[in-house]
Ligand binder design. Structure first.
Ligand code: ADP
Ligand code: MG
Length: 164
């Protein structure tokens, strides 16, 4: 299914639930990320799931750029550093938990303050640890379809009711 219609501002408007798009190049994924990032209203937690190479970091380039926090080329994978911070019109934290082992939580990782700031927090491999927050959550699942094709499922159904 191809994405049709407006994607921007879906966080601030009524819940739209699930959207599915397909991209055919990393540039197209970045462009979709830009649209998502432009519509995000901090605070918001963005959870990016999908295998290695599914395009999570590529999508993040677009989200951070669309949010006005960074140029897409400045966004690199925080696989080894755990977290990168980008500051512009909005503040974006990009977290990659791929290398985080078991028995970790935000405190032991030094990330306990990440939800105290008015930011967009983007997390790759979010299932690696329990993330407790009352922030609205945007879930995005990326799937490798073929060499240059990715299916991206965007689900904002879990946004906090108190923020409607
Ligand atoms: P992840 O962070 O999920 O491990 P990356 O974004 O780092 O994935 O890597 C995705 C790789 O797939 C990049 O090398 C990118 O160029 C390539 N790619 C090919 N087609 C696409 C697409 N449609 N969307 C995103 N990335 C793509
Ligand atoms: Mg990555």
């Amino acid at each position: 299914m191809k994405f049709r219609g407006r994607i921007s501002n879906f966080i601030s408007s009524a819940a739209v639930g699930r959207r599915e798009i397909e991209t055919h190049s990393s540039e197209e994924t970045i462009a979709r990320g830009r649209e998502i990032g432009a519509g995000l209203k901090p605070p918001v937690l963005v959870l990016l799931s999908g295998d290695l190479g599914a395009g999570k970091t590529t999508l993040t380039k677009g989200i951070a750029a669309g949010a006005g926090a960074a140029r897409e080329d400045d966004v690199t994978s925080p696989t080894f550093t755990l977290v990168h911070k980008y500051e512009g019109a909005k503040r974006v934290y990009h977290v990659d938990l791929y290398r985080v082992g078991d028995f970790h939580d935000l405190e032991t990782l030094g990330l306990e303050d990440i939800f105290s700031e008015n930011a967009i927090v983007i997390v790759e491999w979010p299932d690696r640890l329990k993330l407790r927050t009352d922030w609205p959550v945007l879930r995005i699942d990326l799937e490798h379809v073929s060499e240059d094709v990715r299916r991206i499922v965007i689900d904002d159904a879990e946004k906090s009711p108190s923020r409607n």
